[in-house]
Ligand binder design. Sequence first.
Ligand code: 5GP
Length: 141
Amino acid sequence: MTAYDNQNIFAKILRGELPCYKVYEDDHTLAFLDIMPRSPGHTLVIPKAPARNIIDIKPDDLAHVARVSQKIALAAMTAFKAEGVMIAQFSEPAAGQEVYHLHMHVMPRNEGVALLPPATRKEDPKVLEEHTARMIAALKS
Ligand code: 5GP
């Protein structure tokens, strides 16, 4: 498998070299909004430790990401009044991976509302700011 490349976008976000709409952070993980959401509230959960995807991540790092993904999923359902939530992780180009730092997609879902295809459009920054505030409030409640 290709080695981890520390110039990927999410590594730059982790180092503070690029901004993000942060909703949650702890010692091991960071969660922030996807800027091209497939559903309102689409959030990405990433480990702070370098990992390209599911193939090379250390099990303990994956466990932290899984715990936080559940926390984010519950908050997203509350914040976006969702009936369901979908979690997805793509590993390697054949599976649709485009950013090579492991991330869980957490996408609130409602009955009869289709997901947008990946990378359909960049969301308005004002909308992303409002969604960030909603997620932070739901995480506190
Ligand atoms: P993948 O296909 O690798 O599983 O998903 C990569 C995700 O990263 C996509 O959903 C895409 O919209 C998102 N994305 C790409 N560039 C950026 C960025 O600069 N910031 C954020 N927050 N998300 C990004």
